[in-house]
Design a protein around this ligand. Structure first.
Ligand SMILES: Nc1ncnc2c1ncn2[C@@H]1O[C@H](COP(=O)(O)OP(=O)(O)OP(=O)(O)O)[C@@H](O)[C@H]1O
Ligand SMILES: Nc1ncnc2c1ncn2[C@@H]1O[C@H](COP(=O)(O)OP(=O)(O)OP(=O)(O)O)[C@@H](O)[C@H]1O
Ligand SMILES: [Mg+2]
Ligand SMILES: [Mg+2]
Lengths: 254, 254
């Protein structure tokens, strides 16, 4: 059984997708077979690896169909040992589609558990919300990782986030653990970055990762070339940060 | 009847809230009375002006109650002529609460129309989603403004965004117009900023605002001091940009 990690934060634009892509790629550098699942209807993770095609089998099928051939949902990427289970815009209607279904919060659990036998890690990218798509990811995860950036409102939503984790633990997934919080898009020249880092340390203590991901323009550029940071700019600061971050994650889960 | 503008983009972290706050404040500099409505459950706009209090009357009441005393929902701010209709975390449950209600997409329309008699402008801040909260804002708006930042995926969601605008126009609000798109967090030193600006110009043509909002650390700092940019750093680049942006908006709506 592979380890399942959800990357989440209801605040938008805080590096969830950038971390999902580069943590997943980083884990393959240490001999892991990784499945990256894109549960965000925006499909930013998906469009980084595959051409946009809203008709192919996607994560939407995890919610809409009972029995599916799971192997038809996983696609190889240019990076060996990294596979992707793509998003579709249809995911945007899942919340309304399942609003009367009592099993809605754990709709994808059995399917993902079956898939976890084939991978060392399953990583979920999620939309900027604590709605049904994110709840489903949390309900089947071993760990949840919060990405945080230096924003004036960076820590406003932490309480809601932690309340949601507690609720999922209590009702659906008692074994869910907080893997930690990682500060991304860190700019050591600005006071706001330092203030947010200090405040996050206060809230998360040892759960705050030692590795911070610096602001690095290579990380912004690489998805446009349909590449993770290790393929696009292997000697960049971004690649260095995400490699040491992957190592720190491995230390925490072993 | 005041003019109603929704600021929207389902992509997270693209300056919707920063623009909602500073455009609203900017409009008051030109003798306008402005109501800023926060429809994002995260409440970043709200926490910039008011202390967090999820029990006070809020935008949630626009959805949950038939008859309300609208004046009980609008609060003054430190800036004269700028009022706020605050968010509440309860907004997060609106989509599920109204999922079986056929009037859900126009739930707030009549109330907002009544309020628009008292203000020159009503500005909506919305969550990073094209769900029911954003649809409600669009259903009662004269204009929609899209904020765009230099992100690898900045323009991925534009088609979905424009499709949603068309759908709202067709079914709920034929007079809805696209006010335009504005590039924010612009960093003229990076190639990705220039590439995104050029691509946005290609898509939006004259609808792309001439004013771009540069990356400016003062804009990141000001909400932490519970101030808009004009109160916090009146001679900063951010204040200059948002002042000229407010002027450009006024030119387009007159
Ligand atoms: N370390 C970094 N250095 C520079 N830019 C970064 C870094 N990490 C992320 N970015 C950029 O910041 C923006 C937000 O990142 P990203 O899209 O990964 O966040 P997100 O949380 O997934 O957003 P959403 O809430 O829309 O899903 C993107 O433009 C991305 O390219
Ligand atoms: N011009 C700017 N210069 C520097 N930082 C900026 C600028 N505009 C916004 N920011 C910062 O970028 C981040 C995202 O902006 P903001 O929160 O306004 O976006 P949003 O679209 O409202 O996000 P969400 O999708 O979570 O609602 C915040 O940390 C904000 O302080
Ligand atoms: Mg994302
Ligand atoms: Mg916002």
């Amino acid at each position: 059984m592979g380890k399942i990690i959800t990357i989440a934060n209801q605040k938008g634009g805080v590096g969830k997708t950038t971390t999902a892509i580069n943590l997943s790629a980083g884990l393959t550098l240490f001999e892991n077979r990784v499945l990256l699942v894109d549960l965000d209807p925006q499909g930013n993770t998906t469009s980084t690896f595959l051409d946009v095609d809203d008709e192919r089998p996607s994560a939407f099928e995890l919610f809409s169909k009972e029995d599916i051939d799971l192997s038809s949902l996983t696609y190889p990427t240019d990076r060996e040992a990294l596979y992707i289970l793509p998003s579709s815009i249809k995911l945007a209607k899942v919340e309304r589609m399942l609003s009367q279904n009592p099993e809605a919060p754990i709709r994808i659990r059995d399917k993902i558990e079956k898939l976890s036998d084939e991978f060392d890690f399953i990583i979920f990218d999620t939309p900027p919300s604590l709605g049904l798509l994110t709840i489903n990811a949390l309900s089947v995860s071993d760990y949840v990782l919060m990405t945080i950036t230096a924003s004036p409102w960076a820590l406003d939503g932490v309480q809601d986030f932690l309340d949601t984790i507690d609720a999922v633990k209590e009702v659906f997934n008692p074994s869910l653990k907080i893997l930690g919080a990682v500060v991304t898009i860190f700019d050591s020249r600005t006071k706001i970055s330092k203030d947010v880092y200090d405040a996050a340390k206060e809230i998360f203590g040892n759960l705050l990762f030692n590795t911070t991901i610096s602001r690095n323009v290579r990380l912004e550029e690489s998805p446009a070339y349909k590449k993770d940071i290790f393929s696009y700019a292997p000697s960049s600061r971004g690649a260095f940060n995400y490699r040491s971050f992957a190592k720190e994650v491995l230390d925490r889960v072993s």
